[in-house]
Design a binder for this molecule. Structure first.
Ligand SMILES: NC(=O)c1ccc[n+]([C@@H]2O[C@H](COP(=O)([O-])OP(=O)(O)OC[C@H]3O[C@@H](n4cnc5c(N)ncnc54)[C@H](OP(=O)(O)O)[C@@H]3O)[C@@H](O)[C@H]2O)c1
Length: 329
């Protein structure tokens, strides 16, 4: 049910409200008193979703400019917040969503009267090798050149993305690491802290026209650190199984040439590249001069710790189904 509109603050258009981070952003915007217009596509799972209860839901296709314009024709908004992202990272879907849908929103920004476009991006675009990273970067560039006030937020890994093995540890299995488990690191951030950061950015003058890398509180953690923490909290001896990164290289070497003959394999080759990227690259700020990732240069925000998150996750199976593709990592 909609709350009393007269008592609410300005209007914020939220795209990607049904996603992992988007849901938390919707809740944070509502908690701040914003009138939230949540753009959702027609999807049976979205009907009656609790998170959208206090939002004004507009069912539309953000990937279609004319449909989107029609859906927002009567709106005047203070800001747009986009948490849109391709669900699978395949090249054509990334182009349609990470670039195209965001472009459609940006084109409407002047007519809506928005003073800030807050974009949830990803830290990995600083070293772009994957199709979805190029799609995100292409939109970032156009947003920066648009004249619309912007804040581009590039987080490191979400708690979700490094929780894929909680169920394995609960079940007494080994923790899987690529290579030695020490080649990469991240400063994980909770969905709640990230959502707060996004919402706070709407009216933060210091974050206007800025591109902001952001991680959670505490030191950077490697996959080996994550495994050791999980075993400690579960009260079990640490056992690791090492998976060679070469697996991805072999898959790429086989699938890339084959996809030129069988186009349907192109998406699978891209998924292997995505797996290889996350198995070999850190989610920390990249120092291009020193050619290394720099944990100290990666800003921290928020209060939720990985230790508290893992403690909760080990004692409950609630989050297991929400992991989707993140189960691998
Ligand atoms: N995972 C990480 O550790 C991590 C780290 C840093 C940055 N990021 C970035 O954070 C962003 C958000 O991640 P997330 O996990 O919250 O994403 P998510 O759960 O996959 O949510 C994606 C959102 O985009 C919407 N969407 C996707 N395709 C659409 C389409 N064709 N038409 C309309 N809406 C569409 C989804 O709507 P439906 O519900 O209808 O599908 C959903 O609301 C991504 O850009 C990601 O790269 C992730």
């Amino acid at each position: 049910m909609l709350r009393d509109m007269a008592a609410l603050k300005q209007t914020v258009v939220l795209a990607g409200a049904t996603g992992y981070i988007g849901q938390h952003v919707a809740a944070a915007l509502v908690a701040e008193g914003y009138h939230v217009i949540a753009l959702v596509r027609a999807h049976p799972g979205h009907v009656g979703a609790d998170v959208l209860e206090h939002c004004e839901v507009r069912v539309t296709e953000v990937t279609d400019a004319a449909t989107l314009q029609h859906a927002l024709a009567d709106i005047h908004a203070h800001a747009i917040v986009s948490c849109l992202a391709s669900r699978n990272g395949a090249p054509d879907d990334a182009q349609r969503v990470d670039y195209g849908a965001n472009r459609n929103l940006l084109d409407l920004a002047p007519a809506l009267g928005v003073s800030r476009f807050v974009l949830l991006s990803a830290l990995c675009v600083q070293k772009p090798r994957l199709a979805f990273q190029h799609a995100k970067l292409a939109f970032e560039r156009e947003l920066m050149a648009s004249g619309v006030g912007y804040t581009i937020i590039r987080p490191t890994a979400f708690f979700k993305s490094i929780s894929g093995q909680v169920a394995r540890i609960r079940d007494g299995k080994a923790f899987l690491v690529f290579g030695t488990g020490t080649e990469t690191a991240c400063k994980p951030i909770s969905e709640r802290d990230l959502a707060r950061y996004l919402v706070d950015s709407i009216d933060d003058a210091g974050r206007r026209n800025a591109v902001l890398p952001i991680g959670g509180p505490g030191a950077a953690v490697t996959p080996l650190d994550q495994g050791n923490l999980l075993f400690e909290l579960a009260g079990k001896p640490a056992t690791f199984r090492r998976v060679p990164v070469t697996l991805f290289r072999v898959a790429i070497a086989l699938l890339a040439p084959l996809s030129r003959v069988i186009p349907a394999l192109a998406a699978k080759a891209e998924f292997a590249r995505i797996g290889h990227y996350y198995a070999t690259e850190s989610m920390l700020v990249w120092d291009a001069d020193a050619k290394r990732y720099d944990a100290d240069a990666t800003p921290s925000t928020g209060a939720d710790t990985l230790r508290a998150h893992y403690t909760h996750a080990l004692s409950s199976t609630d989050g297991d189904d929400a992991l989707g593709a993140h189960k691998l990592f």
